[in-house]
Write a protein that binds this ligand. Structure first.
Ligand SMILES: [Zn+2]
Length: 380
């Protein structure tokens, strides 16, 4: 049954579902997106190697901007002066900005975390920076984000129950401060932490719903835990996440990880894999990953993927992409990135259509069969 839930700043409507998997529309201040959705990552205000026209051609409806990188260069105040991130990069569709928490966490020992916020040195000029949850919200609002993420501490993996608990509790106190600091008409998403501990995940979700959030993100996954541990958390959360708001699994992932998470009811994804791997010669296809650097492709007149309808597969051979890669030509990275993003967006479209048409079970069977993979058990 379709559900409609209106928020002051966004509208989310589930159109169809198949067990936990669902197809929904998310209306934001700069347009609507269809979910399950994949958000290409635009770290420095650009999805590497892709013009905005390219991105639109691939069917990308929303992209992700990195608060941490943009605040350091060229600076969020400068971007605000230049008309905001959308104007600066010439992208008129929705943008989700991360909070900077994950990047700061990635600095490891170089960052000092206190109740008030985080202290670290800029990797560019060594300048000491102190960032609070309030600063993170302010920066994202300066950028003009459509979906602002609450500032959190990503829990280490592996870690003890006690450490995961105190880390989660700090993130929840920060979440309450983010909620208070948030002033614009953007949507605000909270992030569930708690590591691999189910009761901590439940507690984190309860607190976020109490604080008030427009969407729920699952953070602190894909940080080193086993696939089984990740699936157990997804399985545990699948019937606890509110059905009337979007669910976002941060930093995921490979095509099979996305397909798997959709089965547990996840609506939104972001990952650097399609862009980063393209630059390393790894191309995603309907039959699995192809390494274009491999010798047999040197003389192959076939397209990257005979089932792909993108302009790269229509017009260029594996041999040509192999040649561009071997000669370090920038066009090689550009064409490979275009194909990979197109592949991801086509996959999302196929997922959405299959849910809409009540064919998701068949989609799953075909997806795993084509890759010669066993289909995992799915939600229990
Ligand atoms: Zn293609």
């Amino acid at each position: 049954m379709a559900m409609l839930c209106s928020y002051q700043k966004m509208k989310f409507k589930v159109n169809n579902s198949s067990d936990f998997a669902r197809q929904a529309s998310l209306e934001l201040q700069r347009g609507s997106i269809q979910t399950p959705a994949f958000m290409p990552v635009g770290t420095n205000g650009t999805v590497k190697g892709m013009s905005v026209d390219d991105l639109k051609e691939t069917g990308s409806e929303i992209i992700l901007g990195n608060t941490y990188h943009l605040m350091l260069r060229p600076g969020d105040e400068n971007i605000k002066t230049l008309g905001g991130l959308h104007n600066f990069i010439n992208w008129d569709r929705p943008i989700l900005t991360d909070s900077g928490g994950f990047q700061v966490w990635s600095l490891g020992d170089l960052v000092k975390i206190s109740e008030e916020g985080v202290k670290f040195s800029s990797p560019y000029d060594g300048k000491k920076i102190f960032m609070t949850p309030e600063d993170s919200i302010k920066i994202q609002e300066n950028l003009g984000s459509d979906i602002v993420m609450m500032f959190d501490e990503c829990t280490d993996y592996p870690t003890t129950y006690e450490n995961a608990k105190s880390s989660m509790e700090l993130s929840m106190r920060w979440a309450a401060r983010c909620k208070k600091a948030h002033k614009t008409s953007s949507a605000l998403f909270g992030i569930v932490q708690g590591g691999i501990y189910k009761d901590l995940r439940q507690e984190s979700l309860n607190q976020l719903l109490e604080i008030g959030t427009d969407g729920v993100a699952l953070g602190g996954l894909s940080v080193g835990e086993s696939k089984q541990e990740k699936l157990e958390i997804l399985d545990f959360m699948s019937d606890k996440l509110p059905t009337e708001m979007p669910r976002y699994l941060m930093g995921v992932g490979k095509p099979e990880d996305i397909v798997e998470a959709v089965r547990y009811g996840i609506d939104m994804f972001d990952c650097v894999l399609p862009t980063r791997n393209a630059r390393n010669g790894q191309l995603f296809t309907s039959e699995g990953v192809l390494n274009i650097r491999n010798a047999p492709y040197k003389m192959s007149d076939d397209p990257i993927d005979a089932n792909c309808k993108c302009k790269v597969c229509k017009n260029y051979s594996r041999a040509y992409i192999n040649h561009l890669d071997r000669t370090n030509e920038m066009l090689g990275s550009m064409l490979s990135t275009y194909h990979n993003i197109y592949y991801y967006q086509s996959l999302m479209k196929d997922i959405r259509n299959s849910i809409k048409n009540n064919l998701f079970a068949k989609f799953l069977k075909d997806f795993y069969n084509r890759r010669n993979l066993d289909m995992p058990e799915g939600p229990t």
